[in-house]
Design a protein around this ligand. Sequence first.
Ligand code: ZN
Length: 207
Amino acid sequence: MSESAPISETETLPSAAQKVRTYGDPVLRKPVRQVTDPSSLQALVAEMWEVMYAANGVGLAAPQIGVSQQVAVLLKLSDNEQEPPQELVLVNPRLLEASSETELMEEGCLSFPGIYLTVARPRRVVVEFWDLDGNHQQVEAEGFFAREFLHEIDHLGGRLIIDRAERAALEEKRPEIEVLRRETRQRLKAQGQAKPKSAKVQRRQAP
Ligand code: ZN
């Protein structure tokens, strides 16, 4: 998830940020596996933090770097600007309760760089998840913090902001979204052509 204004075009993104899979990449819609051993995720989570910070995000789900596992990271921002944000790792997160009262807000996503959409979300939620040590956590969240959980849990269900956005906002941004989808597809196609034949095929041909 992204919160602040997009990076200006003159600024180039650091290479870690380029690992973010963008809309049009089928991995964002792929079913995601439950995690059975959270302690095995250290390296993956370290990479997710690196990519999220490099892309100036406030949250990132594993499918956004091409990994189909129930893992997300997010920052709990403080109202007090002096206080640093708190880092949370969500393993197998699940929504337990959501208020019927909703809130409209402009929402961004690292997989839709520079595109912001108005999305209605429950104002308050209760979520559960496991941390990297395998401890069960239950958290009540409100406002933007609640939205962050909902956004990342959506990713782990293959759902994206375009599935939730208000229709008028979506129609307005549709041309940009379509350009992004086409660019992503073209890039994937070019990468696929550059790759050698799969290892499996090569092994079968070996004596
Ligand atoms: Zn997102």
